[in-house]
Design a protein. Structure first.
Length: 397
């Protein structure tokens, strides 16, 4: 063997051994980089190629487990460029793109993966989520039905298929209007003018609330206008719910034929939820999620509603820690108190520290911090903590 080839071989062995060590220690990107360097030196070596292929897959599964979808997407794109015949590379990137709400790209990768092997229930489930999120309900129904047939024991697939089936039965006869950022689904016979007016109002809200948080979500949002009966049957929401955002904005508007003050308030409230979900995902305490939605409803959508007298309710106030969880099971005065307390505390934060710090808080939560750590990042410069902010707010009532 020539000296140069022997040197390259020794270098490859060293890089390969180092790569294995890095991969085993969880340094997937470092291990991949070493294997790429080895392949540059010995481009025809099938052992290196096989090791790099395994490294990409191990990295993808690790980033998926960590829910680091941004890194997963980038690594799988690189993996596809290395070897575009590997179904798992397309499947994993499609999964990441779905979670990042880049639905058009997710569809491309998932459809590609679908055509590269046997029918797969999990793949079809993800494709169903893409179609559902982009308001292609018939296509969602078809792939979810196939997924349910392939894996009848998969609870989440069964639940989503049932959800789509029920919604499609109602929405099949509805009309749609498309705007730059919204798709409105409504009963054309009952609400022909209302659908267009809601679309125009939402485009104004998109700019209004977006300017406050300097955040403008990219995916088009589906908004569905129901009768009160349809809303109750499909969403199974509590009686006091005036709307719902579950990835789509759902509003009960039975008997209403124009965007009155109540509808406008509801649109502001629910669209704030859209922005917050787009920024921080599910890492939002309920008091912050609902407090900001109430702020949007009261201060942007209309004049402020009459305040629940919190100053007279000190003994009954919830702790913020309690209000981090859902309000769904509250009833009567508890519901009013939970919403009013959330609004009051968020209003206090904005009044004292401004929208810039509120945005900082949201993006700290987007980074996966706990609410206490996120408060430290956003408000620590003022010498306050989660606990002291709650104390100061109570004293201000």
């Amino acid at each position: 063997m020539p000296a140069a080839s022997w040197g390259a071989q020794r270098s490859y062995i060293s890089d390969n051994n180092q790569a294995v060590l890095r991969l085993n220690s969880g340094d997937f990107l470092g291990g991949i980089e070493l294997l790429k360097q080895s392949l540059d030196k010995l481009p025809g070596d099938e052992t290196i190629r096989a090791n790099l292929r395994k490294a990409y897959l191990a990295a993808g599964l690790a980033f998926l487990k960590r829910k680091d979808y941004a890194t997963l997407e980038k690594v799988m794109l690189e993996a596809q460029q290395f070897d575009d015949r590997q179904r798992n590379f397309w499947l994993l990137r499609g999964h990441a793109l779905l979670r990042l709400q880049r639905y058009d790209e997710a569809e491309v990768d998932l459809v590609q993966a679908r055509g590269m092997g046997e029918p797969d229930a999990q793949l079809l489930y993800m494709l169903g989520q893409v179609y559902y999120a982009t308001d292609r309900m018939s296509e969602a129904f078809d792939v979810l039905e196939s997924a349910a047939l392939l894996d009848s024991q998969h609870q989440e697939i069964g639940q989503m298929f049932d959800k789509v089936r029920r919604e499609l039965a109602v929405e099949r006869e509805m009309d749609k209007e498309y705007g730059g950022h919204f798709i409105i689904t409504f009963d054309g016979d009952e609400n022909s003018d209302l659908g267009l007016e809601v679309l125009k109002t939402l485009e104004d809200i998109y700019n209004d609330l977006g300017s406050r948080l300097d955040h403008y979500p990219d995916p088009r949002v589906t908004v569905i206008l129901y009768s009160r009966k349809q809303f109750a049957e499909l969403t199974r929401s509590p009686d006091w719910a005036g709307g719902l955002y579950d990835g789509k904005i759902r509003l009960p508007v039975g008997g209403i034929n124009r965007v009155d003050e109540r509808v406008k308030q509801s649109l502001y409230h629910e669209y704030m939820h859209v922005i917050l979900r787009d920024i921080a995902g599910n890492n939002l305490p309920y008091w912050l999620n609902e407090g900001l939605a109430e702020t949007a409803e009261r201060e942007f959508g209309s004049t402020e509603s009459a305040a629940f007298p919190l100053g007279q309710q000190q003994a009954k106030l919830f702790s913020l820690q309690v209000l981090e969880g859902p309000f769904r099971n509250y009833r009567g005065q508890q519901v009013m108190l939970a919403y009013e307390q959330s609004y009051s505390f968020v209003h206090y934060l904005i009044d004292e520290y401004g929208w810039v710090q509120m945005r900082e808080l949201l993006f700290a939560l987007a980074d996966g911090l706990t609410i206490s750590a996120a408060v430290d990042r956003a408000f620590g410069i003022y010498g306050v903590s989660y606990q002291s902010l709650e104390k100061n707010w109570r004293e201000s009532l």
